[in-house]
Design a protein around this ligand. Sequence first.
Ligand code: ADP
Ligand code: MG
Length: 682
Amino acid sequence: MDVSADIANQPVSAAPATAKRLEKLGIRRRFDLVLHLPLRYEDETHLYTIADAPYGQPVLVEGEVIASEVQFKPRRQLIVQIEDRTGTLVLRFIHFYPSQQKQLARGRRVRALGEVKRGFHGDEIIHPKIREVVAGEPLADHLTPIYPTVNGLTQPVLRRMIAAEVKVQNLADTLPADLKQRLDLADFGHAVRLLHSPTPEYSARDLTDPMLPAWQRLKFDELLAQQLSMRLAYRARRKGRAVPLVGTGTLRTRLAEQLPFALTGAQAKVLEEIDADLAKTHPMHRLLQGDVGSGKTIVAAMAALSAIEAGYQVALMAPTEILAEQHYLKLSGWLEPLGVKVVWLSGSLRKKQKAETIGEITDGSARLAVGTHALFQDDVAFARLGLAIVDEQHRFGVGQRLALKDKGGEAHQLMMSATPIPRTLAMSFYADLDVSVIDELPPGRTPIVTKLINANRRDEVIAFVRRTVAEGRQVYWVCPLIEESEALELQTAVDTHAVLSEELAPIEVGLVHGRMKSAEKADVMGRFSDNWLQVLVATTVIEVGVDVPNASLMVIEHAERMGLAQLHQLRGRVGRGAAKSSCVLLFETPLSEIAKARLKVIYENSDGFEIARQDLLIRGPGEFLGARQSGLPMLRFANLEEDIALLEEAKAFAPEMLKQHPTLAEAHLRRWLAGREHFLNA
Ligand code: ADP
Ligand code: MG
């Protein structure tokens, strides 16, 4: 390793308080300072006379303070008047420190930077940036970079630290020359120096243009580092060992004979892809994507049978108790008749029962274990885990995924998700996974009619519920999400249940919410499933996975509070049988712009992929991924929507770079991701 790499990765040397602030900005090692790039630029290279200073853009003027006083009406403020040979100008401060007052005392000479506006006192700048100067002091010879910062860390301090590092760090290029030429990318050192200390021919506007070659270069570098790390993670996994799981097919055939339906072409295709992976000697990491209702569960069951026939155990993990239980009921219904022991591990089991279940997992007699993340807690040790299936994988946090990784060891992993990952994200953050897509719904589904109804027309909705029940169908009624208070959310659900029971009598109305004991929940869901209950009032706990084909109407209260993925999931609870299904989205006015945009998207679209794409546009990828949940390092410079062309190039080039230029690839990764490795395999 060369010396420059060492100084790049040395921790920043700063007083503890400063170090802490830098840490908040993601700056830990010295090279991070080089990669901390300006948000914008201020122009202090040109001095305007007061008379000539134009409106509508930041300008720098210089003058002598001829008056300075604190006024109290209409509010406390500092009013300062400066003068040059062409005129006078007011500087107004609504927030100010005594030190500023001193700096702006009569007779001082200052430079003020800000936008001139016509004010009550004549032309004025509100809260200009002030610097005391001596007459004839030279102007800055380049634009002043303004960096993202945090409280307590001033621009000059940050700027000095950055400038010092830019000077001493090795900025040698990590991209091969022919690639730079082909993509017309700037030189790394040149790009970084230009952005930190621009040369005079660039205006502030030029320098914030994302198409500027210097920015393009940094975006590309960032995307390439991400692609390289994904490739490496992928390779490392391919080097790992796992037992090949090949079944005889007997159990599958018997299960297929039992089913009231045949697999769709799309299901059969993804099952083949999974089978091919399971037969290999390195662990599968496959993401099975399929829109809500596309039939992922049966695919998971078929995959499980291969592992079981090969003599191994399977774990199926779901994000909520209610969903884990549904899976348990469905899978035990399918597999127990074949002589396969299925167990359910729930946090709510009685102690003795739990110990028993854990015993069956440990001694290997349980062939399929279904549960929440409780499955991967410390006291659970699988005898021979061959395959771990994670349903609704995007709902799990990094911690849980890591626990699975430890426990799962060399097990094959099948992750399932109904939240489709938009193409750009699939290409970037999920690039180390193999993906299978169920791109067709089972036959006989009817499109769901979505209605947007103002909550003041609730009576019509009640009538609709009655008609639906009269036709022998069932109804979900989802209570509003109340983010601030779980207690309030619960209360609302209880109240709604009481009101609807009365309004709809003699129709039987049930209630299910997250605070109920598992047994109670199971009981209610069971009665709804068997049509003893015709209407089910629920909190958003039924968001994922719940499957009652006879339900044909979904009513969602306060739909404007919910996210698009959530609305799409909820709506997908209906439209599973042959009956014509509807989803009524009740909303309260006034609607925020975002809520309006979301409701329009869900109203106009039924395809989960398109909805996810729109969601990404409305929220941005960071939000979509849920930084907290994914734990993935967000992109700082590149933007997945705007920079798709660069992303494609980076993706295409990464494998070639690893093969042809391994030393450069290593240097590139070190430069961009050193110290962040722990994110990569999360
Ligand atoms: P999801 O992909 O949302 O998890 P499920 O696995 O819950 O979907 O399946 C939704 C419904 O479709 C279930 O009732 C399931 O039994 C049914 N189903 C699955 N595959 C088929 C098929 N090939 N033909 C008909 N119905 C199917
Ligand atoms: Mg499901």
